[in-house]
Design a protein around this ligand. Structure first.
Ligand code: S3P
Length: 181
């Protein structure tokens, strides 16, 4: 079984992925960390050296390799992964892969991302809360089309990590029971 966590930057994919992997006793992978490990560069440096398009190509390739492995795992994607190339299609076609969208509101994301901008190349240049809000509103709207293709959705607003993990696990059990037939 492969569990794929999808969602915007700051939606909690990594921390929820780690929690879910413990609950399900499966290994955990974070796509950004896999990219960093293979490239020997951090994400902002990859954007700087290869541009966003270069980053997207690497991202798609590493995702493809992970999806092709026989291993079971929990995998957290980057916020943009499902929105480029044929990544959502690849996930949908992977046997026993279940995708979960961690859905956060604009307000939740604004609160979480304002203090973390400098580590995130796509929003690092937005130097007022108003600019960040305008950017997130438009970007989230564009990306939701892809995120909504996930098999399952968990709302993360006002939940702690344990609450999100518990709900994801329950939905997953129901989904697996249905899709087995
Ligand atoms: C990105 C999200 C980041 C990282 C890169 C691009 C995006 O991952 O892949 O900075 O396009 O939303 P997280 O969502 O894990 O922060």
């Amino acid at each position: 079984m492969k569990i794929i966590l999808i969602g915007y930057m700051g939606s909690g994919k990594t921390v929820v992925g780690k929690g879910l992997s413990k609950e399900l006793d499966l290994p955990f992978y974070d796509l950004d960390q896999e990219i960093v490990r293979r490239q020997g560069l951090d994400i902002p440096s990859i954007f700087k050296e290869k541009g966003e398009i270069g980053f997207r190509k690497i991202e798609l390739q590493v995702l493809g390799e992970l999806l092709q492995s026989e291993e079971s795992y929990v995998l957290s994607l980057g916020g943009g992964t499902p929105c480029y190339g044929n990544s959502m299609e690849m996930i949908k076609q992977t046997k026993d892969a279940h995708s979960i969208y961690l859905k956060a509101s604009l307000e939740t994301l604004l609160g979480r991302l304002w203090g973390e901008r400098e580590f995130r190349p796509l929003i690092a240049h937005l130097d007022s809360q108003e600019l960040l809000e305008d950017f997130l509103r438009k970007h989230l709207f564009e990306r939701q089309f892809y995120y909504n293709q996930s098999d399952l959705v968990v709302e993360v607003n006002e939940k702690n990590v344990e609450g999100v993990v518990a709900q994801a696990k329950n939905l997953l059990n129901e989904h697996r029971a249905i899709t087995r037939f």
